[in-house]
Design a protein around this ligand. Sequence first.
Ligand SMILES: Cc1cc2nc3c(=O)[nH]c(=O)nc-3n(C[C@H](O)[C@H](O)[C@H](O)COP(=O)(O)OP(=O)(O)OC[C@H]3O[C@@H](n4cnc5c(N)ncnc54)[C@H](O)[C@@H]3O)c2cc1C
Length: 386
Amino acid sequence: MAKLEVLISGAGIAGCTLAYWLTRNDHSVTIVERSGSLRSSGSPVDVRGPAVDVAERMNVATRIREASIRVKGMTLLDSGGRRVARVDIMALRSSLAPKDMEIARGDLARILHAASASDADYIFGDSVKALTHDEMGADVTFEHSRPRRFDLVIGADGLHSIVRRLAFGADPQFVHHAGLYAATISLPGSSDGAGEMFLLNAPGKLAALHPCQGIPLAYFIFWHPVIPEFDYTDLDQHKRVLERTFAGIGWRVPEFLDAVRVARDMYFDSVARVDVAKWANGRIALLGDASSCVSLFGDGSTLAIAGAYELAKALMESPADPQGAFSRYQAVHGRLVASKQKNLISTASRIVPRTPTGLWLSTRVFWRAMGGLGTVMRLVRRFRSS
Ligand SMILES: Cc1cc2nc3c(=O)[nH]c(=O)nc-3n(C[C@H](O)[C@H](O)[C@H](O)COP(=O)(O)OP(=O)(O)OC[C@H]3O[C@@H](n4cnc5c(N)ncnc54)[C@H](O)[C@@H]3O)c2cc1C
């Protein structure tokens, strides 16, 4: 089998998974990560369906399960912080998708990194700066490391991918703001241990408290047109936007905003759809959010893991024909991506209703239906185990 020299840009969920599978197939992998170390911020993400199968094949499913977060229920609050509705998440999950796992993004990245750390060459604190490619490979210049030639370059560097920008084109062609922004921040103190998630809606806005694993996490999600000159790295800008958007909302939101004011690291980004018609350009291919982002409701990690596996499998089948492998990877994985992207806006509208009428309907119809389903599932479970 032809052994390939592969550069992966981005040590996130997709990049670390791909590094594992490529090194297992004896390819030589260098992975460059812009951040100085593995990033720990971010909200819990889900490992579902096909990604659970991949995690099992990587022998990391047990570690993910051990580190996973077990949210018992989701309680909807009114503006005064009073309980309006509740969904029994544990009953729903264990009946409908018992193998699915929820885990802090940073923990998942750490587990996937550990699986390939001894076989791949990880370079932290650097980034691709320029690249040119021909029929046989790509010449890459880095911010700090010496220039090198690779057989393949994979952009697994997320929503704001540098590889996509350099080899496919500028962001506005591919990145489409879905109308929402999302932010998460850890709060001081510890969660109450009851494993409950609390959500408070105002029209077009959601503030939530996730128990995480003992360290409570505040969520902000809100509909907002494109913020002029939005910069996903500008923490001061993010603080100003959150302060303005969530001012005057009750319950524990003032306490969340206190934490925002003193934050040094906070996840804040536009919720976006990435649509790249062809995920490969010669010897360069895109993976995960870089090719097909569906950020927000946790599906991004499942797609990143499943996509990395499909890409490695296609390359294993025809290492001497990477372009053919890239086409097969997109043909297979593209179907899964399309099914998830289709639902982004409708799911967002149910969880963050935009108008007072939408809010009223969501509480009466969506929350009641989910609450009822949870109760039924709990009863079925009890009946089965009796
Ligand atoms: C710190 C962080 C927090 C997040 N929090 C949330 C969240 O709360 N909710 C949510 O829905 N999604 C969140 N996401 C996105 C979510 O992780 C992804 O949607 C999903 O896991 C898909 O994984 P991915 O590997 O494609 O991208 P990511 O997990 O985003 O990984 C991309 C990696 O590439 C690195 N990178 C970026 N630019 C460069 C560059 N120029 N050179 C080298 N490396 C680069 C990033 O630092 C990151 O490690 C977060 C992402 C990050 C990086």
